[in-house]
Ligand binder design. Structure first.
Ligand code: AMP
Length: 210
């Protein structure tokens, strides 16, 4: 098992890229910290109840809470698998947790997208609450409006995708997560891709870089 970390702002397309690559290659496993947390919130677990308020405000949940969840997934992932880790680490403290745990990081790929493009992307984002597939009303529309191509469930707009919360999430990204670029660059692990080339080419560029 080894790990490829996806770095990038909310709406940079990390989840779309990881889901696409994982659907094409059984050896790639997509692990999204946001999906794990939304799952815990939906189930009403103690971790979910603790996380909910932070998530709705666009703030980071406490490091220990998410680090435990990710640690569990890493511990149960074995064999000839590459984990596409999407949304974790989100700050230097979390990166240090991974480091202390001796997580086998193969590379860290920054999906680079300007903030102006991000706001537009998130405004059109739709998500399947059941199978987690992601869509965009213009760039990646489902075949039938409002319905998931893969499982037929009704698509939703994420609660934290409203313009005000998106602004806060971008501030948090620049303040907390962007320092990871220098952190991993110093370790020789960082690669960058242009994340504004359209879904197919973004995924291909990522695959090449990882
Ligand atoms: P995402 O789906 O990655 O945009 O994550 C949605 C929300 O979940 C974030 O705005 C945070 O509130 C929370 N979250 C996801 N990953 C992390 C993390 N690694 N550390 C702290 N909070 C996180």
């Amino acid at each position: 098992m080894d790990i490829v970390i996806l770095l990038g702002a909310p709406g940079s397309g990390k989840g779309t890229i990881a889901a696409r690559l994982a659907s094409e290659d059984a050896k790639l496993k997509h692990v999204s910290s946001g999906d794990l947390l939304r799952g815990a919130v939906a189930k009403g677990t103690p971790a979910g109840l603790e996380a909910k308020g932070y998530m709705e405000k666009g703030q980071l949940v406490p490091d220990a809470l998410i680090a435990t969840m990710i640690g569990d997934v890493i511990a149960e992932t074995k064999g000839d698998v590459t984990m596409l880790l999407d949304g974790f680490p989100r700050n230097v403290a979390q990166a240090e947790v991974l480091e202390r745990a001796g997580a086998p990081i193969r590379s860290v790929v920054l999906v680079d997208v300007p903030d102006a493009v991000i706001a537009d992307r998130i405004a059109g984002r739709r998500t399947c609450p059941k199978c987690k597939a992601g869509y965009h009303v213009k760039a990646l529309p489902p075949k039938v409006e409002g319905i998931c191509d893969k499982c037929g469930a009704e698509l939703v707009i994420r609660k934290d995708d409203n313009p005000e919360t998106v602004k806060d999430r971008l501030v948090v990204y620049h303040r907390e997560t962007e320092p990871l670029v220098a952190f991993y660059e110093a370790k020789g692990l960082l690669r960058r891709i242009d994340g504004d080339q359209g879904p197919e080419r973004n995924a291909a560029a990522f695959r090449e870089a990882m």
